[in-house]
Design a protein around this ligand. Structure first.
Ligand code: ZN
Length: 204
């Protein structure tokens, strides 16, 4: 364990390559962290509409607010009828998924969120294409493409847009705590427990 903790930081050095077993260990830790960051509350209860999903993705993609892909201007207006942002400076309209791994998707974002959640929960035995198709009520070809995109997104090398959208924020790691270390995992468990307590308080 301590060996890999050291490797985690060494991994950041450009050009340094890890052995297959170290790669597997880091991937395993990445999965463990994602699972701990996933609240018990189902994702379709947290994000009940396509609009909820758009704004969640927007917060993940642009923590300081949406940015126009053409002129770089911030603070766009929201065009409800088209579910698009519109730049106040150059009038360019853009979606939250433009230029991401969900570029031009026509599939309801709630289905993407749901698939990401299921994939994170069942990562030790990955969901089959057929199970995705049945679960979402989509054709097998669509399920195949979605599964591929989601599994890549939530992997350690993925872009993480969906996994960040469905998970709790990772929060700030104090100095001396290594990502994936037992101390870090313990903090994540406490964070999740606090989130559930907050939810219960808000409910009552
Ligand atoms: Zn613009």
């Amino acid at each position: 364990m301590s060996c890999v903790s050291g490797i985690w930081s060494v991994h950041c050095i450009k050009g340094f390559s890890l052995s297959d077993s170290d790669e597997r260990e880091l991937e395993r830790r990445h999965r463990q962290i994602l699972r701990l960051r996933l609240p018990d509350e189902p994702v379709d209860q947290r994000f009940q509409s396509e609009r909820d999903c758009v704004f969640r993705l927007s917060d993940v993609r642009w923590p300081d607010g949406p940015v126009c892909g053409k002129c770089g201007d911030g603070r766009p207006s929201w065009v409800e009828s088209r579910r698009l942002f519109q730049c106040r400076r150059c009038r360019y309209q853009y979606s939250v998924t433009a230029g991401t791994n969900l570029h031009r998707t026509r599939i309801d974002l709630r289905l993407w969120f749901h698939t990401a959640e299921v994939a994170i929960r069942s990562w030790s035995s990955p969901i089959s294409v057929r199970a995705v198709a049945i679960d979402l009520g989509v054709p097998v070809a669509t399920a195949h493409r979605m599964r591929k995109i989601v599994l890549k997104d939530i992997s350690r090398d993925g872009r993480g847009l969906l996994s960040e959208a469905v998970c709790l924020p990772i929060g700030h790691l104090p100095d001396g705590i290594v990502a994936g270390s037992p101390e870090h995992l313990e903090r994540l468990k406490l964070q999740r427990a606090r989130h559930i307590e907050d939810m219960e308080e808000n409910f009552h």
